[in-house]
Write a protein that binds this ligand. Structure first.
Ligand code: ARG
Length: 651
């Protein structure tokens, strides 16, 4: 049962006498911020009183007189400026908790309105190395899919991979000119990525050489402007502001200049690279031509693409397997190619797309830049593909909701995409589930020391290696000697390392940038997967040590008692699992679930500090506490599973 929703529904009934919009004010019922305010608190009386021009405390009292909560709450109390504090009846809460014992769903109701949802996530551009940025979409998308599915929605996970983009032109160009055959035979994807990086580097080099003189000139001129501005005696406020602007522009130009010089030096200090660069002065155009040929159906390029794809997909699969992530569909951009021409024809026929400077554009009110659906050279693009994808999902899959778990930097694309799709007549619920950038501790996009973005596989290996150190040290330090053999340690470190990486990502509000930091990630005490995994293993350990048989505990006659405030607090938390999942699904925010689990583990610690369990002499109280221990373990395990994080019985 979703307690919060039940309370809100009751409030909505009572509030009907006070407002035309009872739902909005009923939504102001929230879990209380501390036990002294009761279990839940409603602060709707204050804004309503403002609307009515009445006294908020009096209004709160009138709302209370209309409220019917007598079956589940003690009499509501009006507090402070007009808060309504609610406390669940002990007996009611106890029964509620007791009902979880033999409920496999831990009280979580299935949704009354199941939706047919596509979650579009991970979606890397294949044949480029996958990096830490892709992890965010993958981990968040997987967690949301699991949560929505658990709530009873029909969920299709779709990996909309970029398998048709310009990177293939670069790889094909590289393959034709720079292939190291034996490297390719041994590790094809690594070689393809090397070719990609090489072609990229060489074409960046030529651009840099071309731009350099102009850039130097601009820095020089900007420097003069700054010098002139600095020479002004007794500058006024406006002038100081001007100077600040000029300086910051100088700084950013200088940074561009330095990067440009660095790119040039990287090639020129390496005779091999320099020779290649000189031999391929028009490499950028060459790569573009290869892409164009592939898209136009050129046989040789098509064959190469078909040869590369399975290898790229295998490499991706290896990462997904390891992370325990499954896709129902992998319909990449190439899948929609045959459908694109018709999209544009249809948009034209409906007068939605019009020509502008040779390109086909959809103009959207209030937006200066149009949504380009066909470029002047006739090529279709990312936008066309996404429109075809929406049509396909609605018409072929009968989808009514699409969640796109993609970097915030694509916000503009999705805004234009959704608006265009709606004008075109496709009106499912479409949401861009945005997330921020992965940063290093220096608050810059996360890079290795050599400056490369960090490859995903090495990152996972590193997490597991670090987890191994921690798990082993912890095991070695056990008071009665170590308990784990080598194999157990290996298994545990995989679960801990991967869980650590996932949790670290999930526990941040997804819209914020996220700082990737090994030190906090695997910390046993903080808000980490490791802490949660230990809490879970601890619940298992207690029951194991007490020789408590879980089956008979769950099916047995033991009944819950609240003999200490900590038991009641823990029980309340456990009963809030359903409302937290509902909120996490509603807002598409897995961090609401991690936060809840962290709090639950905290309540468990408090409980365990104050209440003896196995040593409790009163048999019925001992069993009651064992029930709480068992339920806590189940809620934590279920919660982690919905985040894609595994647990171990023993750590
Ligand atoms: N491949 C794209 C990228 O790496 C993300 C695709 C997201 N999904 C979509 N339907 N546009 O930037």
């Amino acid at each position: 049962m979703n307690i919060l929703q039940t309370l809100r529904d009751r409030f909505a009934l009572a509030l009907a006498d006070f407002t035309d919009d009872p739902q909005t004010f009923a939504a102001m019922v929230r879990p209380a911020q501390g036990a002294k305010f009761g279990d839940y608190q409603a602060n709707c009386a204050m804004p309503l009183a403002k609307q009515h021009g009445t006294n908020p405390r009096e209004l709160a009292a009138s709302i209370v007189s209309k409220l019917d909560l007598s079956d589940l709450c003690d009499a509501p109390e009006v507090a402070g400026p007009g808060f309504i504090n609610l406390s669940l009846q002990d007996d009611w809460l106890r029964e509620q908790t007791q009902s979880l014992v033999d409920d496999l769903r831990l009280g979580v109701p299935g949704t009354e309105h199941p939706r047919n949802i596509v979650v579009d996530f991970s979606s890397p551009n294949v044949a480029k190395p996958m990096h830490v940025g892709h992890l965010r979409s993958t981990v968040i998308g997987d967690a949301l899919s699991r949560i929505l599915r658990f709530l009873g929605h029909q969920v299709t996970t779709d990996n909309h991979i970029g398998d048709w983009g310009t990177q293939f032109g670069m790889i094909i160009y590289g393959y034709k000119h720079f292939l190291d055959e034996s490297a390719y035979r041994e590790a094809p994807v690594a070689e393809l990525s090397r070719l990609y990086r090489l072609v990229n580097q060489l074409s960046d080099y030529h651009t840099a050489v071309e731009k350099l003189p102009q850039l130097e000139q601009r820095v020089h001129e900007q420097q003069e402007r700054v010098d002139d501005a600095e020479a002004v005696e007794q500058p006024d406020k406006g002038h100081k502001k001007l100077l600040k602007g000029l300086r910051s522009e100088l700084a950013s130009l200088t940074e561009t200049l330095n990067t440009t010089r660095r790119n040039i030096a990287a090639v020129e200090t390496n005779s091999d690279l320099k020779q290649r660069a000189d031999g391929h002065p028009h490499i950028a155009r060459g790569a573009r031509d290869e892409t164009a040929k592939l898209h136009a159906g050129d046989q040789e390029n098509r064959q190469l693409w078909e040869q590369f794809m399975p290898q790229c997909l295998n490499a991706l699969d290896a990462v997904y397997d390891r992370l325990g992530i499954h896709f129902d569909l992998i319909l990449g951009e190439s899948h929609y190619q045959p459908l694109l021409a018709d999209v544009v024809t249809d948009l034209k026929a409906k007068s939605l797309a019009t020509e502008s400077d040779g390109a086909m554009c959809v103009f959207i009110e209030g937006n200066e830049a149009p949504f380009i659906v066909q470029k002047a050279d006739g090529a279709f693009n990312y936008a066309t593909t996404d429109l075809a994808t929406i049509r396909y999902r609605v018409e072929e899959l009968g989808v009514d909701t699409m969640l796109y778990v993609v970097d915030s930097r694509q916000a503009e694309h999705f805004k234009l995409l959704f608006t265009t799709a709606k004008k075109w007549g496709y009106t499912p619920d479409m949401q861009h589930i945005k997330f921020g950038t992965v940063m290093g501790k220096d608050r810059k996009p996360y890079k290795t020391r050599s400056g490369d973005t960090v490859g995903l596989e090495s990152l996972l290996d590193e997490a597991v290696a670090k987890a191994y150190e921690i798990a082993s040290a912890n095991d070695d330090a056990k008071p009665d000697g170590s308990e784990l053999d080598e194999q157990a340690r290996r298994e545990i470190s995989e679960v801990m390392g991967l869980g650590g990486i996932k949790y670290a990502d999930l526990h941040i509000n997804r819209e914020s940038d996220y700082v990737f930091d090994w030190d906090t990630m695997l910390n046993m005490k903080g808000d980490t997967a490791t802490y949660m995994q230990y809490a879970y293993a601890r619940t298992r350990g207690i029951l194991r040590k007490g020789g408590v048989d879980q089956e008979s505990l769950r099916n047995g006659q033991a009944s819950l008692q609240f003999s200490h405030a900590a038991e009641r607090q823990l029980a309340l938390k456990l009963c809030q699992f359903p409302e937290v999942l509902a909120a996490a699904a509603e807002e598409c925010k897995p961090n609401l679930l991690t936060q809840y689990l962290f709090e639950t583990a905290g309540e468990f610690s408090t409980f365990y500090e104050h209440c003896t369990v196995l040593k409790e002499e009163d048999e019925s109280l001992r069993l009651s506490r064992c029930l709480l221990v068992d339920l806590t373990g189940r809620v934590i395990q279920q919660g982690l599973e919905l985040l894609g994080i595994q647990t171990c019985e023993q750590l």
